[in-house]
Design a protein. Structure first.
Length: 642
């Protein structure tokens, strides 16, 4: 989509910069405390604990002197909780084939639904959406909210090769057999379709007058990001970016770039590694490899108020401004027929009134802190017990002998203590491990954690008792999954439905070609042809996203066992047995058992005319009946002579 021209010296440029900056700063101020919390959650997720001075000394002793020392640790309990929930969400949403399933709203035929699903299944794999969706679900468990941006893209690749061609002069062949090496450049059209991009929650700035879950009702949404010089050149070629003279730009991460504005969107702790935007430059052109920080802001404006037209009806526009507020590099209408901010959001808590949703890590944080205290206090007490405690007379014993950590303890008497009873000069204090019960208390805290929704069954841990029936295990798992099931259904009705709806309308608006695509899912085996033609007319209509019910897919091996029992029972009832295609049932059960490419072993039945033509061509011979081969001179229909 093309941008309008905005002169950096004009009044329109100043109006756009002021309008964008005002909204970005208002959103930042409203959620400044949340940035701090997101930093803490990131450290909690990676089990990071700030190193104290005592820990640093013990670390140096281990490294330099080889002395074993205890260091304060943080149990990876929160990490285990987050990954268990992420595994559940990923299994429920991403194990479906296709991932995005649809149903017609107004009488759309089954062929149209298959075409819509086939197109979006192709887009999922062609644009590598699965990786983005996995991270989307993981962000949800870490931060309590997760964002993904959806946009339509038309990619082009510029490919050059060095080829030899006959040498020409003024359009005529200069000399027979004389060639020269020339560079041949081709512009190739690449992927065209929907694409997704993960956005860190701290880099999404919404209208502070609305909660994050209701961001679509707000006036604006801003996304902080980075764009390279190459991206600017490609965007300029397509008419998207303007004012791309790199001499105006200031690189991200430099001192000049941050003068005059605050950049606090990076929520990652300074103890964690994040990508550097100012890593290097090139020798030929220093700015060629630069990366620039930008705000891409979508605002619902009244064009007449912004001097961008005469219309008095609100419409969404996209403004992209460098993060130092110096240059506007994009100004255009949003242009999508769905007329929504092209972002989809997930939340773990069903609350429409608070500005931010808590994450699973925040809910479990008190349990995590208590567990850390229990285990560290126990080991510190053990360490204290191991270091013997004495009351001694410094005039009668050598104190330096007590400072050694070598195995065994040999204490020398001082001259003043010669000939005296050593037991009167040294007395060992009685010590006791008062933290022995801490390990039992940890089991109690684990039980508290299970009450919050993630139990041992979901985390893949079995009960210590081996005498448990399969029904008991299955019941424990189902009870533990009930809370996650509710969260999953809420996610399906909000973020996933929003994303699927935008993808469908983008495809209907911009898809203008004809493609033959494989039918997605198990429907392909039942539809006859494995492929379908997808055209703009074929995907017209109104479609709804098939919601996810929140249940884990049934175990395939369990399904195969159930089918074997059903087939055994069907044999006893011929009336039922004759109503079903046993060949297709056999193939389906084999597929459940993990057998692939079963059709390669299937006999291909041909009509008589085609078979006769194959025999005449010598490509087929009659199949003899086993055990009844004719002997020389044997009469047809008679058995063997011996």
């Amino acid at each position: 989509m093309r941008s309008i021209e905005v002169s950096p010296q004009g009044e329109l440029h100043k109006r756009i910069v002021d309008g964008v900056r005002e909204r970005v700063k208002a959103s930042k101020a409203a959620r400044s405390t949340r940035d701090v919390k997101w930093r803490e959650l990131e450290e909690l997720f990676v089990a990071y604990m700030p190193e104290k001075e005592d820990d640093l000394i013990r670390k140096l002793n281990r490294k330099n002197a080889g002395t074993p020392e205890y260091t304060t640790i943080q149990l990876p309990y929160s990490y285990a909780i987050a990954m268990a929930a992420h595994s559940y969400f990923a299994t429920v949403f991403l194990s479906r084939i296709p991932v995005f399933q649809f149903a017609g709203f107004h009488g759309e035929g089954e062929d149209q639904v298959l075409a819509m699903e086939a197109l979006h299944n192709w887009q999922v794999y062609k644009s590598k959406m699965l990786g983005v969706l996995y991270i989307w679900l993981q962000d949800l468990t870490k931060y309590g909210e997760a964002w993904v941006m959806n946009y339509w893209t038309e990619e082009f690749r510029t490919v050059s090769n060095i080829v030899e061609r006959p040498k020409m002069f003024l359009g005529m062949l200069e000399e027979e057999g004389k060639t020269e090496k020339v560079r041949e450049t081709k512009r190739i059209r690449g992927y065209q379709g929907n694409k997704l991009a993960n956005v860190h929650p701290a880099k999404v700035l919404t209208d502070p007058r609305y909660s994050r879950s209701n961001f679509q009702d707000g006036e604006f949404v801003a996304v902080f990001g980075k764009v390279s010089r190459n991206d600017l050149l490609k965007g300029e070629d397509q008419g998207r970016y303007i004012n791309t003279d790199h001499r105006r730009f200031k690189r991200a991460g430099t001192a000049n770039a941050h003068a005059g504005y605050e950049l606090q969107e990076e929520s990652a702790s300074d103890k964690l590694e994040v990508p550097r935007a100012d890593a290097f430059g090139t020798a030929m052109a220093k700015e060629a490899s630069d990366v620039y920080e930008i705000y891409e802001v979508i605002i619902e404006i009244v064009p007449s108020d912004w001097k961008l037209g005469k219309s008095n009806m609100p419409e969404k526009w996209v403004f992209t401004v460098l993060a130092d507020w110096s240059v506007v590099i994009e100004a255009r209408p949003l242009g999508y027929i769905h007329d929504r901010f092209p972002l989809a959001q997930l939340e773990t808590e069903m609350d429409a009134y608070f500005h931010h949703s808590r994450s699973l890590l925040e809910v479990y944080e008190p349990v995590q802190n208590t567990l850390d205290w229990l285990v560290n206090s126990h080991f510190y007490n053990v360490r204290q017990v191991l270091n013997n405690q004495f009351i001694l007379d410094p005039s009668r014993v050598n104190i330096r002998d007590f400072e050694r950590n070598d195995p065994g303890l040999a204490v020398r008497m001082s001259p003043a203590g010669y000939g005296t009873d050593p037991r009167t000069a040294v007395h060992q204090l009685p010590v006791a491990d008062v933290t022995q019960g801490h390990l039992r208390d940890m089991d109690m805290m684990y039980n508290f954690g299970e009450r919050l929704g993630i139990n041992d069954s979901i985390m893949g841990m079995t009960h210590p008792s081996s005498r448990r029936s399969a029904q008991e295990v299955r019941g424990s798992q189902s009870f533990g999954m009930s809370r996650l099931k509710t969260i999953t259904e809420f996610m399906s009705a909000t973020g996933w439905d929003e994303l699927a709806s935008m993808m469908v309308q983008n495809s209907q608006q911009f898809f203008d070609s004809e493609m033959k695509l494989r039918i997605a899912g198990s429907t392909a085996d039942l539809a006859g042809e494995a492929f379908t033609n997808v055209t703009p007319e074929q995907i017209a209509g109104e479609y709804s996203f098939e919601p996810v019910d929140g249940s884990i897919p049934v175990d395939r091996y369990a399904q195969a066992s159930m089918w074997r029992e059903i087939l055994t029972q069907m044999k006893e009832v011929p009336q039922v047995y004759m109503q079903y295609d046993l060949g297709k049932i056999f193939g389906y059960v084999a597929q459940l058992g993990g057998i692939k490419n079963l059709n390669r072993f299937k006999v291909q039945v041909q009509d008589n005319d085609r078979m006769q033509a194959q025999m005449q061509a010598g490509n087929a011979v009659p199949m003899a009946t086993p055990g009844n081969d004719l002997e020389p001179g044997q009469t047809t229909g008679m058995g063997p002579t011996a």
